[in-house]
Ligand binder design. Structure first.
Ligand code: GLN
Length: 384
């Protein structure tokens, strides 16, 4: 069997969710909300199942959804996308990423990735024959530096994979970092594949800026979005790929043989959802920020050093000042077993030289769920 896949572990999200089930624990590991998602959007999907078209939709996505994506990004991020040549719908963000990587990377190409790195990137790059060049980001800031980029970019750098807002670190990158990355992409004629699935989950004081909007990046960026994250409907698996026509055309060739198309009824509902008022999106951010603050305050009361979450469903805690004398992985195994709360060790997002002191918690949960988890963890810092 193909060793690239045969030798992979089960993803950390599945592994921790299984441990959560085995231990009957509260699952603050894998990132999915407790909430069932907006009723009107689910209703729109149900109506489309019953009364709409349920055969193969267009390979590129329903025209009405492609138009809604272009309009939405025009309104929210000032992007000017042609829905007929620059927007494609995929079966989720993960498919969109695989599509983009397979469309761009040829054997021998180098691809810059940042650790913590989402677990689907490296195997797919390798399957395409690419050679990952890893930048190691560090807490508490996880910022990009000229020195780090200079060490990995060169004339073989075909692509860079950039996740912003960054899961699991919960960082929303400022313009300065985006301009730095853009400078390297232009110097080395590199295509940026931007995993921006968390673009709407950004908290007060921070702003999501698509790399595509930075001067010089419009035609060398493949931007990836996800309705699952935008609407807290993670099981729907509706992703978006936006890119200049010459890039999107090749992505479409990959997509046609990965999944070909995506459930039409869910596409109808997502098109409806993307047109919702600004208040809807702001309210979602306010609700999530409240949950973030509730979990952060509770963890701080217990004694965990919380690193500020700027976006995503996640916050992280830094174990290093606690003197626990155990890795993030050991800590997560201990708390799921002893305290019945599951979290994700951030070291799982490193292939080499891991940061082993940071743990990720998902706060997209009901108050009662968060409160019970906090109660259970109340002496996790002290008792060993
Ligand atoms: N994106 C989700 C997370 O970071 C996990 C998705 C998955 O389980 N593959 O928790």
């Amino acid at each position: 069997m193909n060793p690239i896949f045969a030798n992979l572990p089960v993803t950390v999200f599945e592994a921790m969710s299984q441990l959560a089930r085995d231990n009957n624990a509260i699952n603050l590991g894998q990132g999915f909300p407790d909430d069932p998602g907006p009723l009107d959007i689910r209703q729109a999907a149900a109506d489309a199942v019953l009364n709409g078209y349920n055969q193969y939709p267009s390979m590129m996505g329903l025209p009405e959804l492609r138009q809604a994506i272009a309009t939405h990004y025009g309104h929210w991020h000032g992007l000017n996308l042609d829905p007929t040549t620059e927007v494609m719908v995929t079966s989720g963000g993960t498919e969109a990423l695989t599509t983009a990587i397979l469309a761009v990377v040829e054997p021998g190409d180098e691809v810059v990735c940042f650790q913590p790195v989402y677990d689907s990137y490296l195997p797919v790059i390798r399957q395409a024959g690419g050679i990952p060049r890893l930048v190691r980001l560090k807490p508490p800031h996880w910022r990009l530096t000229e020195e780090d980029l200079r060490a990995v970019f060169n004339h073989k750098t075909k692509a860079v994979l950039f996740n912003n807002p960054l899961n699991p670190a919960a960082v929303v990158y400022p313009r300065e970092d985006l301009e730095l990355l853009a400078k390297f992409c232009q110097e080395f004629d590199t295509i940026a594949i931007c995993d921006e699935v968390w673009e709407h989950v950004v908290f007060e004081g921070f702003k999501h800026i698509p790399l595509m909007s930075i001067p010089g990046m419009r035609d060398r960026t493949i931007k990836i979005g996800s309705a699952g994250k935008i609407f807290s409907l993670t099981g729907w698996k509706i992703g978006f790929v936006c890119a200049a026509p010459k890039l999107l055309r090749v992505c479409a060739k990959v997509h046609q043989f990965l999944t070909f198309t995506t459930a039409p009824n869910l596409q109808v509902a997502v098109a409806y959802g993307l047109g919702k008022s600004d208040e809807f999106f702001k309210e979602m951010q306010t609700d999530l920020a409240r949950s973030r603050d509730r979990l952060a305050a509770g963890l701080e009361r217990i004694g965990f050093p919380v690193i500020q979450s700027q976006g995503t469903y996640f916050l992280t805690v830094d174990l290093s000042p606690l003197g626990l004398n155990e890795t993030d992985e050991a800590f997560c195994k201990r708390i799921v077993h002893d305290y019945k709360v599951a979290a994700i060790p951030v070291s799982a997002f490193y292939e080499e030289d891991p940061v082993t002191t940071v743990v990720r918690f998902c706060f997209a949960k009901k108050d009662a769920t968060l409160d019970t988890a906090l109660e259970r963890l109340s002496d996790a810092v002290h008792r060993r």
